[in-house]
Design a protein around this ligand. Structure first.
Ligand SMILES: Nc1ncnc2c1ncn2[C@@H]1O[C@H](COP(=O)(O)OP(=O)(O)OP(=O)(O)O)[C@@H](O)[C@H]1O
Length: 457
């Protein structure tokens, strides 16, 4: 099944799932879709059915047309807030899937790369530990992910969920370039890439907010990369997603840097009203992080964090002095940051505000236009993970690191294992071409230096 067909099938199923029939349609699996034939057959059947219906009574016609109308409860975001009561079918992974590898292990879930044998489709299975969550919470996450899937910057979930002995599982598309955390260099991404990411993410979050949903866990790890130039990124992990206005508790197991100040102040188990302004805050932190490769502060705590304190004085206009770590940014971007990272939640801008700043220059100082965003993309294998200079090592295995190092060195014309003599010769050649008054003594100093190092070892 091609991806377009999958999308179409999703849309058609979604249309039929509108209203009362949503329960049964959500319970379909790959097997069911197969039984019914390909997505195109399904679409054909449904359209011929509607042609037949066209001759039916006016009330039927109205009912059909109403599919395309906004639901009455659009204020709430429509059917999205009706969590279906799905009976999860039991099965083993091996019944339908070949598990290729574990892509990641989150706090609650294992992310598996698998091939769905009957359709020969590469999918990601999010397997949530059954002992760490309950079926209701799992279904809620799946439901939100599935219902939001038709936004181009939200991870597409397939209409497939089931349970195994240890896990609740649902299937989603595979992001071949991992998440933003693994792609971020020590100096962040290039301004152009940051703008691309910001535009797409703000659109995804804006879409959620238009449905009265709050993501509540925006962080680098929850932004998946589908294109090496960041022209396609997608938001994932809807495990904490909540309807706006509902009483909630603090999100546990999250990166404290990303927590908004009003939530940080909450005491354990205290409940508060869920607002979109917490996503807005997290978006501001994420924007800073991708631009610089580091977070603006460790925690939004006046007492404990000097960086936070300095920014807040600036934000609240107690000083005109731009905080040291923001000096690289243009006045326009600072204006934008102020709107996202306002202390008072209700004064924060809409999450899509950043789109007004796309034509502005963001970075004045060269520090962020680092090589960290430079790609060395293996052309021969589109599925391979792209290699970034200064990429964070955290999630890579020893072998992957060695491979990356090898590719990096060879991109500079150096063979690995490093030939010290050849490297020395190249440095000396280079120095001599740089400076006509090249002092041969430098060479002898260099040799002494290497010999000393070897003796010390
Ligand atoms: N579709 C996908 N394609 C590729 N990698 C993915 C995909 N989905 C998730 N991942 C990887 O798995 C990681 C964890 O996924 P996810 O956030 O959904 O799990 P989680 O257990 O809910 O995480 P958390 O620890 O934030 O609660 C992501 O950061 C990402 O690196």
């Amino acid at each position: 099944m091609t991806s377009i067909e999958k999308r179409l099938s999703f849309r058609v199923l979604k249309v039929t799932s509108d209203g009362s029939s949503s329960r049964s349609s959500n319970n379909r699996s790959f097997r069911r879709t197969e039984k019914e034939g390909s997505a195109s057959n399904l679409i054909r059947r449904l359209s011929s059915k509607s042609e037949k219906d066209a001759g039916a009574s006016g009330s039927n016609l109205n009912r059909r047309l109403s599919i395309y109308k906004k639901p009455d409860n659009i204020i709430d975001g429509g059917v999205i807030h009706t969590i279906p009561d799905i009976e999860l079918p039991s099965m083993n992974f091996s019944d339908q899937y070949n598990i290729e590898k574990t892509l990641a292990e989150g706090c609650f879930a294992r992310i598996l790369l698998a091939v769905h044998r009957p359709t020969n489709t590469k999918v990601v299975l999010k397997a949530v530990h059954a002992e760490l969550t309950n079926a209701k919470d799992f279904i809620r996450e799946f439901h939100f992910n599935y219902q939001l899937s038709h936004h181009r910057n939200i991870l597409s979930a397939y209409n497939v969920c089931f349970k195994t002995k240890d896990y609740f599982v649902y299937a989603a598309e595979y992001a071949p370039h991992g998440d933003l955390a693994t792609n971020l260099g020590a100096n962040g991404l290039h301004e152009t890439a940051c703008k691309t990411v910001a535009e797409q993410l703000s659109s995804a979050l804006g879409f959620m907010h238009s449905k009265n949903l709050v993501h509540r866990d925006l962080k680098l790890e929850n932004v998946l990369v589908f294109a090496p130039d960041y022209s396609r990124v997608k938001l994932c992990d809807f495990g904490k997603t909540t309807k706006k206005g509902v009483l909630v508790q603090k999100v546990k197991h999250t990166w404290i840097t990303f927590v908004a100040p009003e939530l940080l102040e909450m005491v354990k188990n205290e409940r508060f009203i869920c607002k979109t302004s917490s996503d807005v805050w997290q978006f501001g932190i994420l924007l800073y992080t991708i631009l610089t490769g580091t977070t603006p502060w460790s925690s939004a705590d006046w007492m404990k964090d000097n960086n936070y304190c300095t920014f807040m004085k600036y934000e609240q206009r107690k000083t005109t002095k731009v905080p040291e770590n923001y000096k690289r940014f243009s006045a326009r971007l600072m204006r934008c940051f102020r709107k996202y990272l306002t202390h008072e939640p209700d004064d924060r801008c809409k999450v899509t505000e950043v789109t007004k700043y796309m034509k502005d220059r963001w970075v004045e100082c060269k520090i962020t236009s680092s090589k960290s965003a430079t790609l060395i993309c293996p052309k021969e294998d589109q599925d391979s993970v792209c290699v970034y200079l200064n990429q964070r090592e955290g999630k890579l295995s020893g072998d992957e690191n060695k491979m990356r190092f090898k590719r990096l060195m060879s991109s500079y014309g150096l063979e690995t294992p490093l030939d010290q003599t050849a490297a020395r010769k190249r440095v000396i050649d280079w120095l001599s071409t740089c400076d006509n008054n090249f002092d041969r003594e430098i060479e002898s100093l260099f040799v002494v230096d290497i010999e000393e190092n070897q003796q010390q070892r």
